[in-house]
Design a protein around this ligand. Structure first.
Ligand code: C5P
Length: 222
């Protein structure tokens, strides 16, 4: 079975990113490449992932005029990324232009960033509905909105969730956090974890523990 743990490669260089991939490759199939790393090293990291039998979640959160976003999605498709993000608040025309791109990667709409406080649930649900109506494959949400999102969107909609903190770890700047098991039980398809893995002294062990927790939690759902 494919791993539901996505590791965020939020590091500054190719060497560091490669080291994280090597350390966690036994329990991770998809790695998230965001602005920090992609701006420095570009598609080389994606090539490295493919050479190692891994997939890329390109998290550049596209938000621009419809034509520019469609062209960016085409570029990502040419790089054979598995999934990418775009801001759902970019609106209907922009989202439809993205989903009209032939053979596009899985398109995930960013709803409300997990660093935002306050009661954002209604806005998350509104943006996820818009994303689905415009042909996107899923959405990014904080753990707290997983359950209401799953109830509303049904099974045929991916929910990908950052803001995950294993019990007894630092929350860093994440506000709406949950443990990996809680997020899976709430209905997430994938969880994205960065610092609790990449900023520890033993990323391999940290990733393995989280992956085991996910498998255990998924088993308890079956
Ligand atoms: O916090 P962590 O290092 O696990 O972050 C993993 C991912 O979560 C980041 O790559 C970022 O996309 C997202 N994030 C977020 N809100 C924050 C911090 C990170 O959504 N406040």
């Amino acid at each position: 079975m494919k791993s539901k743990l996505i590791v965020a490669l939020d590091v500054d260089g190719l060497q560091e990113a490669m080291a994280v991939v090597q350390a966690t490759r036994d329990v991770v199939d998809i790695f998230k490449v965001g602005s920090q790393l992609f701006t420095r090293v570009g598609p080389r990291i994606i090539e490295f992932l493919h050479e190692n039998g891994k997939e890329c979640f390109l998290d550049l959160k596209f938000h621009d005029i419809p034509n520019a976003v469609a062209k960016a999605v085409e570029s990502a498709a040419a790089l054979r990324v598995r999934m990418l993000t775009l801001h759902a608040c970019g609106g209907e025309e922009m989202l439809k232009a993205a989903s009209a791109v032939p053979k596009h990667p899985l398109l995930l709409g960013v709803t409300v960033l997990t660093s935002v406080g306050g009661n954002v649930q209604a806005e998350v649900l509104r943006l996820a509905k818009l994303a689905k109506r415009c042909g996107l494959n899923g959405a990014i949400s904080s753990p707290r909105e997983i359950h209401p999102l799953r109830e509303m969107m049904g099974e045929n909609f991916l929910i990908v969730t950052p803001g995950i903190r294993p019990a007894k770890t630092e929350r860093d700047d994440q506000r709406r956090t949950m443990t990996p098991a809680e997020a899976m039980i709430a209905g997430a398809d994938y969880i994205v974890v960065g610092r609790p893995i990449i900023a520890t002294s033993n990323p391999a062990l940290a990733a393995r523990r989280i992956a085991e927790e996910i498998v255990f939690a998924s088993g308890s759902l079956a």
